[in-house]
Design a protein around this ligand. Sequence first.
Ligand SMILES: N=c1c2ncn([C@@H]3O[C@H](COP(=O)(O)OP(=O)(O)OP(=O)(O)O)[C@@H](O)[C@H]3O)c2ncn1[C@@H]1O[C@H](COP(=O)(O)O)[C@@H](O)[C@H]1O
Length: 108
Amino acid sequence: MSGFSLADLARIISSKRGAEAAQSYTKTLFEAGTPRIAKKFGEEAVESVIAAMQGDRRALTSEAADVLYHLLVLLEDAGVTLDDVLAELERRTSQSGLAEKASRGESK
Ligand SMILES: N=c1c2ncn([C@@H]3O[C@H](COP(=O)(O)OP(=O)(O)OP(=O)(O)O)[C@@H](O)[C@H]3O)c2ncn1[C@@H]1O[C@H](COP(=O)(O)O)[C@@H](O)[C@H]1O
């Protein structure tokens, strides 16, 4: 398995803030702004859904990569770190998703 991690990609994305837009797709997204980044993330998510529904594993692999890349750009743009998200996921490991869902229902 590759030693490449989402943290590595997040660092690359963050480093592109200082890049020239003509040299960097990531920088073109930062310059286009939050609505454009969010739209791209949404499009890639929908394309992943379509690939999954079609049972196309190769397309799903590619679209999932697009989703993760655009999510990391969205987080960087919003000032949310990957560590923030991982800490939230780690916090959730203390209970099952079903227990968490049930506790949400009780608080309503
Ligand atoms: N992982 C990615 C990555 N995944 C997807 N993409 C780009 O995301 C876009 C996906 O959008 P679409 O499929 O809709 O293609 P498109 O029509 O070209 O996109 P738009 O014109 O609509 O924006 C493509 O342009 C892809 O090249 C990525 N661009 C960059 N990275 C990583 O970011 C690094 C820095 O890239 P630059 O910022 O370009 O230097 C790269 O070395 C990679 O590691």
